[in-house]
Every structure is written in C-alpha cells, then in structure tokens.
Design a protein around this ligand. Structure first.
Ligand SMILES: Nc1ncnc2c1ncn2[C@@H]1O[C@H](COP(=O)(O)OP(=O)(O)O)[C@@H](O)[C@H]1O
Ligand SMILES: [Mg+2]
Length: 316
C-alpha cells in the first residue's frame, strides 16, 4: 500500500482579483521510508505542497491520504521543520523539545521516560552538550538541529522539511545534511524536503520531484536517484552517475523551466493563467548556477572535521 498519496491536488488562494490557482493536478505517491525532495523555482508552490501534507492548507480539488486516512488538519504524525527553526526564544533547547514531547506522549510516557526521550533526540542531532542553552545562545546550525530534534521527538510518520538548511553557511549545511542522512538511515522516517540546492537534492534523496513554474504548478518530472547508501559527498563528487543526476536537475530547472521575472504576482490574473513574461537569463535568476557550484566546491574542499558551528563538535 502506498504510504502517502497526493491525488489530483489543486489549490486556489483568494486574492483581490479572484482565486489564484497555485497548484493544479498534483499527483504523487510516496513509500514508507522514502526520502523525497521537492525542487523548483522560487514561488512555484513547493511550500504549498508541504503545507497541504502538513494539513495547514486544504486542497480545493483532490486531496492527501496518509496510510489510508485523509489529511484534514495538522497532526503530530506529520512534523514540520521550517527554514527558520521557529523555536520559542524563552525556552532552552531541552524545553523546546519537551513541549512537543509532552503534547504527543503525555498519556503514554512517564516523566522519566519523557526526559530520556528528549535527551535521546537531542543526542541524535549532536546537541547533548547544549541542552540548557536558549536559542539566542546558540548558532543558526544548532538552532536547526534543535528544530529537527523537536520534530523527530514527535516520532512522526512523515518528516516535512521546508528548506531546512537554506539559511545556513555551506559548511554547517554539509554537516547537517550528513546528520540527517545518518538519522534517516537509522529511523527510516518518510521525509519530504524542499530545497533549492541541486547538490543537496541529489545527495539526500531517493527521488527528486521537480516542479513546473506556477501558476497552476504541477509535478514536472521525477528523478530516481539510484546511488547506494551511505553516501559520501567527497566520493560522489567524482561519480559519473552523481554528475548525471545533477545535470538532469539543472537541465530541468534552467532549460525546461526558465525562471520567469522575479515578481510573478504582476502576471497573475484571476483565471490563474499568467500572461507570458520575459524570460530572465540564467545569470540573473535568484540561484545562479555559479553560486551552487561555488558552494559545492567549498563543501568538497573543506576538511571533514572543521565545522561552521561555533560550539558544536563535528557531527561524526
Ligand atoms: N496563503 C496564500 N495566499 C495567497 N497566495 C499564496 C499563499 N501561499 C502561497 N501563495 C502563492 O502561491 C504560489 C506558491 O507559493 P509557495 O508555495 O510559497 O512557493 P515556493 O515555496 O515554491 O517558493 C506563490 O505565487 C505564492 O504567492
Ligand atoms: Mg517556499
């Protein structure tokens, strides 16, 4: 049985000029334990897909089914990690995770069991040394680690991540990607991760879902990544298959789906069909290839033991 299924999903957002159709005809089946990335140009509808699965948005047409049950509202079996951690600033790392754990396990775990479980999840993300630090006392990468621990501690069937490493420097991002791969290999969660980073998508995913530009965005192509795990970024840099996958994603994004002009709201009309806009050259898009290559080169040549995080030990 399919674990998670989106069928004929369309969504209209109300605007002053009438409904705006952000997504149309989105079909996707995901297996238990699969790691799926969503990639597509900014504004195409990736977060909207994630929010639908999270139960934060309701589809106008079609719907989302998880293990045979229609998703209608948020639930702890679908935990979300956002780009900007969203930790409560007045609570420590431990207390932020505790809040989620109490919500989910208040009737099924004792106080002592909850304490062990909170510490265990913070240990998974290499945060044991900073349990009692508040968000303003730790680095951006560490805050994201706490956000991931909080999501994992809910023992979700599906982990939803919206550009979880997008705001981090390249080194910290590489460490967190490695941690996430290790954790997922251990826990076998189903993961849907949004990214705009082609290398991140290829390195982490079992499949990459490439979305067309909006309005009425949909699944363009799906690329299966047949690379054995565990995956090592250094070894893969010289792997022809890796570079082939990478090329296919880049070709989808920059040849098949040119990024339209930055502000696509100008081209919106109530019908949801956009008036054609001038296509920007690749160099003028938000994530130029040169930048991604630069980031990759930095990642590849950085020593495995150095870390962009100030106080965290290197994630082994
Ligand atoms: N709550 C909302 N109300 C109106 N329009 C929205 C809302 N959420 C998203 N949109 C629009 O839907 C489109 C897709 O947005 P989003 O899913 O955030 O894109 P992405 O995550 O791919 O950058 C955009 O044009 C965005 O402006
Ligand atoms: Mg988004």
């Amino acid at each position: 049985m399919t674990h998670l299924e989106l069928t004929g999903v369309a969504i209209d957002f109300p605007t002053s000029r009438g409904p705006f159709r952000a997504l149309d005809g989105v079909n996707l089946k995901i297996d238990q334990g699969e790691f799926v990335s969503l990639i597509g140009h900014s504004g195409c509808g990736k977060s909207t897909v994630l929010n639908l699965v999270a139960g934060l948005y309701e589809a106008t047409e079609g719907g989302v089914v998880l293990e045979g049950k229609e998703v209608r509202e948020p639930g702890p079996e679908r935990a979300v990690v956002f780009q900007n951690h969203s930790l409560l600033p007045w609570l420590s790392a431990y207390e932020n995770v505790e809040l989620a754990v109490r919500q989910v396990f208040r009737n099924s775990k004792t106080r002592a069991e909850m304490k062990d479980w909170i510490e265990h999840n913070l240990e998974l993300v290499h945060m044991s040394h900073a349990l009692h630090k508040r968000p303003d006392e730790i680095s951006g990468g560490m805050k994201q680690r706490v956000g991931i621990a909080r999501a994992l501690a809910m023992q979700p069937k599906v982990l939803l991540m919206d550009e979880p490493f997008g705001a981090l420097d390249a080194l910290t991002r590489a460490h967190l990607q490695d941690s996430l791969m290790e954790i997922q290999a251990r826990l076998k969660n189903t993961v849907i991760m949004i990214t705009h980073d082609v290398d991140e998508a290829v390195l982490l995913s079992d499949r990459i879902v490439m979305m067309t530009n909006g309005p009425a965005a949909t699944v363009g192509e799906i690329l299966k990544i047949d690379l054995e795990r565990p995956r090592n970024r250094i070894e893969l840099a010289d792997d022809a298959r890796y570079n082939h996958y990478r090329h296919q994603v880049l070709s989808f994004l920059y040849e098949k789906q040119h990024k339209p002009d930055q502000d696509n709201s100008q081209s919106r009309s109530p019908s949801g069909k956009s008036t054609p806009t001038k296509t920007a050259p690749i160099a003028a898009t938000e994530t130029p290839i040169a930048t991604e290559d630069t980031v990759l080169a930095q990642d590849m040549h950085s020593s495995k033991t150095s870390t962009g995080e100030t106080t965290a030990p290197a994630a082994a």
